[in-house]
Write a protein that binds this ligand. Structure first.
Ligand code: 13P
Ligand code: SF4
Length: 353
């Protein structure tokens, strides 16, 4: 649910903001004048700006923290500002609210949804649980607050394997909603008592095994970073098993894990190309981390339309108007908190900026 806070702030740029035919806020460039206004407004609102690695480059650059789902959740839990402006998609802002219910959490455009989060509803999960009453539920963070409220422990792409490994080996697991991440977790844990929901991200589904194999065969010396939501994740690992590339060339990583790997590449003096199988917003951080290597998208069309709704105009309007505010029922927050709090306690520290 979203609403509007009452406090308004003025900006000379606000009059330029309009909505295009898709309702996306436009009319303001992400230039130096805009950047100065954003910082001024954020200070006036006592707000911290968080941005996911798939956001537009100017949004990533103006944010106080840019990172993956796990890292940003941890910042949301610990940061001391009274307002969080979450430049990402709706489930990410909801997760921040679950972790910090006393704070005001804003998302610059509440229509920034997620096709993966939409692939399971709370009612569907309740029905699934009824079929397996003794199973534990592991939900990817890309789910609604209502689904999280029915979950034992959440995970992100960064710590999904560690989360499942932390659960008793003899317990059946219901893993939702991403079938590709689920298949990867099954492969890495060797568990055969995981039931996997048939959901997917429409952007990552289009990064197929054939595409990944085709790119790797054309550039056999390139490293390959693969996000586990990709349709071709297991196919990428098969390439190493089949000897097409060496095992140390292929890495299945969260977006923050990709940044860590790029930073490690600098330390190791690596100069070979990197094929990147994920949403193309990630290339901005990778190229910043290492300008001496080429980071090449496996699918240059893989752009998340939801992430790209957070434009410079949307962020400006959000800070001026105090919109769109995330509001969740107290019982949903209380029911979801334990699963999300367990999530942020498990696993590595993905790189942020
Ligand atoms: P990360 O957790 O790797 O940032 O991924 C989030 C996401 O939505 C991927 O599509
Ligand atoms: Fe959701 Fe896919 Fe966009 Fe990530 S890339 S926010 S999973 S639609």
């Amino acid at each position: 649910m979203t609403a509007t806070t009452s406090a308004k702030l003025e900006s000379p740029l606000l009059a330029q903001v309009y909505q295009d035919e898709d309702g996306v806020y436009r009319g303001v460039e992400g230039n130096a004048e805009w950047a100065a206004e954003i910082r001024r407004l954020a200070d006036a609102r006592d707000a911290v700006i968080l941005a996911h690695n798939y956001e537009l480059p100017e949004i990533q650059d103006i944010a106080h923290h840019t990172g993956d789902s796990l890292a940003l959740s941890r910042v949301a839990a610990e940061d001391k500002h009274s307002t969080i402006v979450f430049c990402g998609v709706h489930f990410m802002a909801e997760t921040a609210k679950i972790l910090s219910p006393e704070k005001t959490v804003l998302i610059p455009d509440a229509k920034a949804g997620c096709s993966l989060a939409d692939s399971i509803t709370a009612q569907q999960l309740a029905d699934w649980k009824a079929q397996y009453p003794d199973a534990l539920v592991v939900s990817y963070v890309n789910t609604t607050a209502g689904v999280k409220a029915l979950t034992d422990v959440c995970c992100t792409s960064s710590n999904a394997v560690d989360v499942v490994k932390s659960l008793p080996a003899d317990k059946e697991i219901l893993f939702c909603p991403d079938k590709n991440l689920g298949a990867h977790v099954k492969r890495m844990t060797g568990r055969d008592n995981i039931h996997i929901w048939d959901g997917a991200c429409h952007v990552h589904e289009e990064i197929t095994g054939d595409m990944i194999a085709g790119s790797a065969k054309k550039q056999p010396n390139a490293d390959l970073y693969v996000h586990p939501e990709c349709g071709g994740t297991n196919a990428a690992l098969d390439l190493a098993d089949d000897g097409v590339v060496s095992a140390d060339q292929v890495k299945v990583l969260s977006t923050g894990g990709m940044l860590t790997a790029a930073e490690q590449g600098v330390a190791d003096g690596k100069k070979n190309d990197v094929l990147v199988a994920t949403e193309i917003g990630m290339l901005h951080q990778l190229q910043r981390a290492d300008s001496s290597r080429r980071f090449i998208p496996v699918n240059p069309e893989a752009s998340c339309p939801f992430m790209k709704r957070i434009t410079p105009a949307a962020l400006l309007k959000s800070l001026c108007d105090g919109t769109d505010e995330i509001e969740l029922e107290r019982d949903v927050i209380d029911a979801a908190f334990k699963a999300v709090d367990r999530m942020i306690a498990i696993g590595n520290s993905p790189a942020t900026r």
